[in-house]
Design a protein around this ligand. Sequence first.
Ligand code: IDP
Length: 142
Amino acid sequence: MAVERTLVIVKPDAVKKNAVGDIVRILQENDLKLLAIKMVHLTKEQAKKFYIVHKERPFYDELTDFMSSGPCVPMVLEGENAIARVREIIGATDPAKAAEGTIRKKYGTDVGRNAVHASDSPESAAYEIPFFFNQLEIHDQY
Ligand code: IDP
């Protein structure tokens, strides 16, 4: 198995619930190393660019409205098989269907306001990480 990097975002709903610290704790306790983190308030245009792969989906406008409705907290995590493992830790897209113990089960409200985003493939991680972070902001030497 390979060491991978993945992008996680604590979405605006979970930031408002003061869940940032708990979400970072859960991820770090699962042997994921935190390489970068910041708080940003995306514009609608930036949210549309981030989620460009969903531009034909019926929820694109709702999703990008939500993601630009308040600050969010993107972060880069590294670990063995990180992309698939983080997807398991966060749980199903719809919090009502997410397994017990997952982040979306704990903090999600509905399929739109589902607390967190995580890269779903190496290709999406390769687009999403540099969307938020430049090389100087990613720290693996500690
Ligand atoms: P994922 O985040 O679990 O990868 P995707 O299907 O890639 O799920 O959808 C991206 C995001 O779009 C979801 O996390 C969610 O916030 C939003 N979304 C997905 N389906 C719906 C929907 O039916 N209504 C509103 N928002 C949705």
